[in-house]
Design a protein around this ligand. Structure first.
Ligand SMILES: [Zn+2]
Length: 366
């Protein structure tokens, strides 16, 4: 393809226009980095961009978001970004998914995806991007920023990856930082105020250009080694380090390496078990199973993320005496025996069968 629009691309030796046109890229987060990544992908002529973001545009976003205008304030970031990149190149198809990608990025969509660009601003969402990319064996690029540095992390899960995953390289301080948002028992602290990282378009555009350049080379001549590139926009230097496997990693050392991805309705049906009732089942996120007051247990069976640490005070005048059962480990027999007729309140289940199964929960509310 060497039509007029892509004339200057035709002599580039590291990609073909047809390969870009055939690519389907997921961009998680349509903030400063997501804007830059999408702009680059669209101008290069990528075929399909799926963008995921739950938020609306605020005035302070306008200093770092090339796709947003004053008149867009109050509209959803994903929808406006999708519309604008199609204006940049009408040949690009852009689909907006407004909401939490943990719910909207389904296994079917993951399977159709070529590469995932993780452009979010917090560790919990990056950990979830990493989990999905690792399970679906899709190439992953994670971009992070502060006021001086841009970081680009490459995980070629779909291209014969060697080395670690995103969580392999996370220092314990990150988990400590995440745990500060929670009281004991995985309920969010209602009083927690999230700190905002100071950034400018300078680190966002520098890191995003490198991210797209390297992300589009997956599967090519680039080595398949997981790597982290750190760009210092003040000194003008950059460094590249490989990411090794961490034997303690909570993602790649816990989740099965070769699991089948399936989907099932989330409604739990009380039927004769075809499988061993003792099979261990792990939920993708903690579930508030029940609370017990004065020896009397009440089933809740909802995602623990729906509650915060004010919950015990809403059910008893003596909140310290409320016993919460919050878990992500079950047996198949317990789930079917205790919770049939209810919905499974998580994104997926890890079933420790032989071989292991990863089952996405579909339909109803999580
Ligand atoms: Zn890992």
């Amino acid at each position: 393809m060497t039509d007029g629009r892509y004339l200057r691309h035709s002599a580039i030796d590291w990609f073909t226009q047809d390969a870009l046109k055939a690519a389907r890229i997921a961009v998680i987060g349509a903030g400063a980095v997501g804007n830059e990544v999408m702009k680059n992908l669209a101008l290069l002529g990528v075929g399909i961009i799926d963008v995921f973001d739950p938020d609306t545009i605020e005035e302070h976003n306008l200093t770092r978001s090339v796709l947003f205008r004053d008149s867009d304030i109050g509209q959803t970031k994903a929808s406006v970004a999708a519309q604008r990149v199609q204006e940049l190149d009408p040949g690009v198809r852009a689909n907006a998914y407004v909401g939490d990608f943990w719910k909207t990025l389904t296994f079917d969509l993951l399977n159709a995806t070529t590469t995932i660009f993780c452009c979010v601003d917090n560790f919990e969402a990056r950990i979830r991007c990493n989990t999905l990319a690792y399970l679906a064996k899709k190439d992953l690029v994670v971009v992070g920023l502060d006021s001086r540095y841009g970081s680009v992390e490459l995980f070629p899960f779909g291209s014969g990856q060697q080395g670690g995953c995103y969580e392999c390289a996370l220092p314990p301080s990150v988990y400590q930082k995440i745990s500060k948002r929670y009281s004991c028992g995985w309920l969010k602290k209602a009083s927690f105020i999230e700190g905002k990282i100071p950034t400018t378009i300078i680190t966002a555009s520098a890191a995003s250009s490198v991210a797209v350049s390297l992300g589009l080379r997956f599967g090519g001549a680039t080595e398949a080694q997981s790597a982290k590139i750190l760009i210092d926009t003040i000194a003008g230097t950059s460094s590249r380090n490989t990411v090794g496997i961490n034997p303690e990693c909570p993602c790649c050392q816990r989740l099965p390496e070769t699991a089948r991805l399936l989907a099932s309705d989330r409604l739990i049906v009380d039927e004769k078990l075809a499988l061993d009732a003792e099979i261990a089942i792990e939920a993708s996120e903690p579930i508030l199973v029940s609370y017990t007051v004065d020896g009397s247990e009440t089933i809740v069976w909802e995602s623990a993320s729906k509650f915060d640490d004010t919950f015990p005070a809403t059910i008893s005048e003596r909140p310290d005496d409320v016993i919460l059962d919050i878990r992500d480990h079950f047996t198949l027999g317990e789930i079917v025996g205790r919770f049939s007729g209810r919905s499974m309140p998580c994104k997926f289940l890890v079933c420790r069968t032989e071989p292991p199964l990863i089952v996405e929960m579909r339909g109803g509310n999580a």
